[in-house]
Ligand binder design. Structure first.
Ligand code: SF4
Length: 387
């Protein structure tokens, strides 16, 4: 039986950052509008547990082995650790959480007191991913983050003191008015802390965010031009590689043995069950997702489904396999894709493969296709071809 991955979405944040297009909500705003009450955490954990129970029984998943659990957000570190522990206990009652399973949780340095980390470690969480974004207080203010660079360093030290031996840091570059030297200083500071894993990605401006609105009105100044952005990507790769981190995905780097197993499962198009507001699942060729607003989710948690899609053609399945798998530097095996999707990828996407190879964006090594360094830089354009 192939082990399952489980994702739990915790949508609450202290403040909605200007660039954020995740399904996340400022807790204070939800309380003010009456969307959640003072018992928000217990109510949400209860809803997530009902969601997990009903899915496990309706989909025949009870007792399945689970290799990864990921609490993402939002700000899972803002969620009271006893409620996180309650959700984990409920998972252990319904599934076989494998020995050595990766149990990860995202933390914001603005909600990362050492007591919380100790309680999370005690509950069985064994990987912490800290959203630092930058060590520069000026850059953090521009991003509307609620913490300082020193808070970020302290969050890392607290997680270590609490016994976490697998810590990932999120860094961002291309922040408005950030120069190449400042971006490099951030990467160097992150390396100095010695995390096992780093996600370092370029700021993207998404519609529906404060930054998106400012950008549309021409009021978001200081974004890097193409040459500066390219220099930042190259600097990031050079510094992290020199420090012993292997790049294994477009924006992800790890020391040996510390790749994020949960995300690897997504990129390899493995099955996963998602619980929580707006969480997506992919089980037996079906994708389905939950109501996004926390209050709607809490009310509907016996059946929180907001939408579903059946992946009913080999073409769609193969398209997804390449769209996800080419993000990995290992690329995608043609034989493995044919076996899992039930059709020959070259029959369906042969023309696209040739076009990308001729453009220098894709390369072939035996029966494996992978992005070239140029393809990794232009990944968004390349991956669109498989939708
Ligand atoms: S802390 Fe993270 S999830 Fe919350 S608003 Fe900021 S970027 Fe979004």
């Amino acid at each position: 039986m192939t082990p399952l991955s489980i994702y739990i979405h915790i949508p609450f944040c202290i403040h909605k950052c200007g660039y954020c297009d995740f399904n996340s909500y400022a807790l204070e705003g939800l309380l003010e509008k009456g969307h959640v009450g003072e018992d928000w955490a217990a109510a949400y954990a209860g809803a997530a547990i009902r969601d997990i129970e009903s899915r496990a029984s309706a989909l025949g998943l009870a007792g399945m082995p689970v290799e990864t659990v990921f609490f993402g957000g939002g700000t899972p570190s803002l969620f009271p650790a006893p409620e996180t522990a309650r959700i984990l206990r409920s998972l252990r009652e319904r599934f076989e959480i494998l020995p050595g399973a990766e149990i990860a949780l995202e933390a914001n340095p603005g909600a990362a007191e050492s007591g919380r980390f100790a309680a999370l470690r005690e509950a069985g969480v064994n990987r912490i991913s800290i959203g630092m974004q930058s060590f520069s207080d000026t850059a953090l203010r521009r991003l509307e983050r609620v913490h300082t660079g020193e808070d970020a360093r302290e969050a890392f030290r607290s997680a270590r003191r609490a016994g976490f031996e697998n810590i990932s840091l999120d860094l961002m570059f291309g922040i408005p008015h950030q120069g190449l030297d400042e971006a490099a200083a951030d990467v160097e500071s992150a390396i100095d802390l010695g995390p096992e894993h780093l996600s370092a990605y370029e700021l993207t401006i998404e519609s529906g965010t404060n930054f998106g609105a400012l950008h549309a009105r021409g009021e978001l100044g200081g974004l890097p031009d193409e040459d500066t952005a390219l220099a930042m990507w190259e600097m990031r790769d050079r510094l992290l590689s020199a420090a012993g981190y292997e790049r294994y995905e477009i924006s992800n780097f790890a020391r040996p043995g510390f790749k994020c197993r949960h995300n690897l499962n997504y990129w390899r198009r493995g099955e996963y069950l998602g619980a929580g507001a707006g969480a997506h699942s992919f089980i037996a060729g079906r994708r389905f997702w939950n109501h996004a607003r926390p209050d709607h989710y809490i009310k509907a948690s016996g059946d929180p489904t907001a939408g579903k899609e059946i992946i009913d053609s080999a073409e769609k399945a193969i398209g997804e396999t390449f769209m996800l798998g080419l993000r990995l530097t290992d690329g995608v095996s043609l034989d493995e894709a044919a076996r899992s999707c039930g059709a020959d990828p070259e029959e369906i996407f042969g023309g696209v493969f040739s076009e990308l190879i001729e453009s220098g964006l894709l390369e072939r090594a035996g029966r494996t296709l992978r992005l070239t360094p140029k393809g990794l830089l232009l990944a968004n354009q390349v991956l669109q071809k498989f939708i």
